[in-house]
Design a protein around this ligand. Structure first.
Ligand code: ATP
Length: 334
């Protein structure tokens, strides 16, 4: 399958190609995209991943498969993403005003702020969806230009969406394998004629897909159609699919939306596990308890400006942050 195609086969990537002023979220807010590609598994058969691949019952084996060999220039603890004086204007509106901060490799960075603070704009500028009006964004040592969706995926950035976006008619495993496809190098003729390299990559993708499902805690649902999974499992599947692209940076956009307290605790555990596997995570989340409980550092935006940056405890006690959130209960929508 061509890695350059504009098909939905790079779902770990970002809705890119929007111009400043375009409505970024408008293109595909449906819960499910249409199914694409061949069906790989007969979803009529109920199979637990660990029945098919018993070695995946061992979390250490799973962790080893899930943590890929990513070629990252940045050392652990050094800036992976650097924003320097980033300003984004939409006509007369300054959505982001000279914002400077870094995301260090291997950390979980929380990006928070009240409604309309500029979080999404910041995220889009940071990932090449918007070209800043001024300022620069550096990702893994490279200054970002405006990028297309597949280029963003290839650069090593994957995301989940506020609204779940899965291929509903495809199985959980197929959804993850589609994410893995974004990393593959098989040419169209290679895939068409099922040349050895393609078959090898396909096998690898299925093995890794199974491990990823086990890793996010839905190994037993591998052959379920995505649309039949519970909401919480669909969110987990989205994370597995994003991880399948072997991202250098995983961006989670309100992953706890619609979760009950127990699901939020489980999600925090999963995010920590992802970081422990060597991933760098950007978390945009409205639930303050979750943000405070799971992040290493937090950046706070208000009216497009960075008003605070620091450890969760520092942010919690920061008067400017308290003022920005005044009257908003802990776990309410920010
Ligand atoms: N494509 C756009 N065109 C014009 N104005 C925009 C566009 N995107 C965002 N804005 C404006 O920029 C400001 C920042 O919006 P943004 O969506 O980045 O905030 P946010 O912090 O993500 O908000 P929320 O928490 O509600 O998602 C808002 O005033 C918004 O109306």
């Amino acid at each position: 399958m061509s890695r350059d195609s504009e098909s939905p086969h790079d779902p770990g990537g970002i809705e890119a190609g929007a111009e400043v002023g375009e409505e970024y979220r408008s293109s595909s807010e449906d819960a499910f995209d249409q199914p694409v590609g061949p069906m790989i598994v007969d979803d009529a058969v109920e199979v637990d991943v660990t029945d098919v691949a018993p070695e995946l019952a061992n979390p250490e084996v799973v962790a080893e498969i899930v943590a890929p060999t990513r070629e990252i220039e940045t050392e652990v603890g050094e800036p992976l993403v650097k924003l320097e004086g980033v300003t984004v204007k939409f006509g007369g509106l300054t959505a982001l005003d000279s914002v400077t901060f870094t995301i260090r490799r291997g950390e979980i960075l929380g990006l928070i702020g009240p409604n309309g603070a500029g979080k999404t704009t910041c995220f889009n500028a940071m990932t090449g969806v918007y070209r800043p009006t001024s300022g620069t964004v550096t990702f893994d040592g490279q200054v970002m230009a405006k990028l297309k969706r597949n280029q963003i995926t290839r650069l090593g950035i994957a995301r989940t969406f506020q609204n779940v976006r899965l291929f509903g008619e495809m199985t959980a495993l197929e959804n993850v394998v589609v994410g893995t496809d974004a990393r593959h190098r098989t040419s169209v003729p290679g895939a068409t004629f099922r040349l050895p390299r393609h078959r090898h990559e396909e096998r690898d993708a299925i093995d890794r897909g199974l491990a990823l499902l086990e890793f996010v805690g839905i190994g037993a649902r591998a052959t379920e159609k995505a649309r039949n999974l519970s909401y919480g499992d669909q969110r987990r599947l989205e994370i597995a699919r994003a991880l399948a692209t072997e991202p250098k940076l995983l961006c989670l956009d309100e992953p706890a939306a619609g979760f009950n307290p127990a699901e939020k605790v489980a999600l925090m555990d999963l995010i920590r596990k992802i970081r422990a596997d060597g991933y760098t995570v950007l978390l945009i989340e409205h639930d303050m308890r979750l943000v405070m409980g799971v992040t290493d550092r937090i950046v706070v935006l208000e009216f497009g400006k960075k008003i605070a940056e620091g450890l969760p405890a520092e942010i919690r006690d920061n008067p400017a942050v308290v003022a920005a959130y005044l009257g908003v209960p802990d776990d309410a929508t920010a």
